[in-house]
Design a protein around this ligand. Structure first.
Ligand code: FAD
Length: 465
């Protein structure tokens, strides 16, 4: 953590007058916990932490900050992994933590209106209470906020079936850097009246405006799920299994996750973060989940798996017979959230590569990292979405720098027409690598857009573009 506040910023008195004592933190010791997110990027202690309680207060606070030239970093749950919510030197933080709660649920229209600071898990639980579901799901669900998931267009473990956050946003209320409120809290599924402005803010990582409220689109709750963990010979088998599962289950296929032996052996062996539900060792491990409301769904799942076993595609597998077993299977995949202490310092890549190329891309990465003398990298990902999470250790025993590792991996991403971030966002960490997956013309258009919404560059400066 860098820096502490030495002199009182001239904006503080005006902000205090508008937000009150409950709405403003200025003590550096209290501000310090808002310095960074979970990316590992060091943050600076904010000049102040603004905690507005409603949309008008956000608008007024932004007007005051603009008048005083005070840059603002929007923050939700600070679970971001790209440094998008990290506070830079001389910036203030605008936290949505007081703007939390479900405003209304309409079970017939299958919509929910929420404040942006509401934790994702709260939204999921409120939806389930009326027999519905909000299908965006990520490991950080307890702390990540709806506003943060919208600002990062979060993906997660059910994208194969439900898509990214973008697919579930019907309406947005956004405050622009100059305090203008864009009230787009509509519930219309079809609305082609000009530019669909909400989509500009979804995935903009707090650089164009502050999301204050949202209308979410809910789906019917899943009645039953079937979950299996399978040991396979290698990636090509996983790919043909994915194709078969897609054809067989259609929209019932919810998740198709892959874990390479590098990850599996580390999590279930050396680091002892989870217990392996399978006895032997395999070339790759696939977690397959379907959801359905048919009484014959379970038999269909078992039948399909039986066919795969007979065809020799599956070497070994277990099907969860209870909720506890489902959780045990998922615990191996979700242990990625706990690898930090055991793995030590590492570069956390969130790459997007066409699913059909993923296996060969991993081999190319391994070869390139091997040439650099890298001793440990863990591979896992959402195979169905072509999203590879690659964790490369950079501890003191590594003979090369983190920058050399990033240069090698992002060079391959460019070569293989991938993306430097499939779901975590650009933030501060990937900003310098954006040109590996965006053309100069695309970058210029992004900069123009940023200049249009935020001509003074006061909203989340140093992030994305
Ligand atoms: C264990 C774990 C698992 C994870 N799994 C996934 C996963 O599967 N998929 C995935 O996509 N991500 C995942 N993440 C990353 C992270 O949880 C998501 O990016 C999440 O969407 C961030 O939400 P947040 O509220 O914590 O946002 P923050 O970290 O606070 O902020 C993230 C970005 O959004 C901006 N922002 C926040 N709130 C607002 C707002 N109201 N208006 C405008 N801008 C705003 C911030 O400025 C920043 O740029 C995971 C993280 C952890 C720790």
């Amino acid at each position: 953590m860098r820096g502490t506040m030495t002199t009182r910023h001239p904006a503080i008195d005006d902000l205090l007058g508008r937000l009150g004592v409950a709405g403003l933190i200025v003590d550096p010791a209290d501000c310090a916990r808002y310095a960074a997110d979970l990316s590992g990027e060091p943050g600076a202690v904010p000049v102040a932490v603004l905690r507005p309680a409603d949309t008008d207060a956000v608008a007024d606070a932004l007007r005051i900050c603009r008048r005083h030239g005070l840059p603002i970093v929007p923050q939700g749950g600070r679970t971001g992994l790209s440094g998008g919510a990290v506070c830079l030197e001389g910036n203030a933080v605008l936290s949505l933590e007081r703007m939390s709660g479900v405003i209304a649920v309409d079970p017939d229209a299958m919509t929910m209106c929420v404040w942006a600071g509401t934790p994702l898990q709260t939204v999921q639980e409120r939806a389930r209470a009326v027999g519905l579901d909000y299908p965006v799901d990520i490991g950080s669900r307890g702390s990540a906020t709806i506003g943060g998931t919208i600002a990062t267009n979060a993906g997660g473990i059910r994208v194969v079936r439900h898509g990214m956050t973008r697919q579930h946003i019907l309406g947005l209320e956004v405050v622009l850097p100059d305090g203008t409120v864009l009230d787009g809290l509509g519930e219309l599924l079809k609305d082609n009246a000009g530019y669909d402005l909400k989509h500009l803010f979804i995935g903009s990582e707090g650089t164009l405006g502050i999301v204050t409220r949202a209308i979410l689109r809910l789906v019917p709750a899943t009645v039953r799920t079937n979950t299996a963990l399978l040991g396979l010979a290698g990636f090509d088998t996983a790919l043909s299994l994915l194709t078969s599962a897609r054809r067989h289950f259609g929209a019932d296929l919810v998740a198709f996750e892959g874990m390479w032996p590098s990850y599996w052996d580390f999590v279930c062996g050396e680091a002892r973060l989870a217990r392996s539900p399978l006895a032997g060792r395999h070339g790759i491990y696939a977690l397959v989940e379907t959801a359905h409301d048919r009484s014959d769904g379970e038999a269909a799942f078992e039948g399909w798996l039986g066919e795969q076993l007979q065809a020799g595609r599956v070497e070994d597998g277990v099907i969860a017979q209870s909720l506890a077993e489902t959780r045990a299977i998922w615990s191996v995949r979700e242990a990625v959230g706990d690898v930090d202490p055991a793995l030590g310092p590492h570069v956390n890549f969130d790459l997007g590569i066409a699913p059909r190329l993923l296996g060969r891309f991993v081999e190319a990465c391994d070869a390139a990292l091997g040439r650099l003398g890298v001793r440990r990298s863990l591979h896992l990902g959402h195979i169905g979405d072509g999203n590879l999470h690659l964790l490369v250790a950079t501890g003191h025993e590594q003979p090369c720098s983190a920058h050399a590792i990033e240069t090698a991996v992002y060079g391959l991403v460019e070569e293989w027409s991938g993306t430097v971030t499939a779901e975590h966002g650009v933030g501060t960490i990937k900003r310098q690598w954006l040109a590996r997956c965006r053309t100069e013309n695309q970058l210029a258009a992004m900069r123009q857009l940023k200049g249009l919404f935020d001509p003074d560059g006061l909203l989340n400066p140093g992030k994305v573009v």
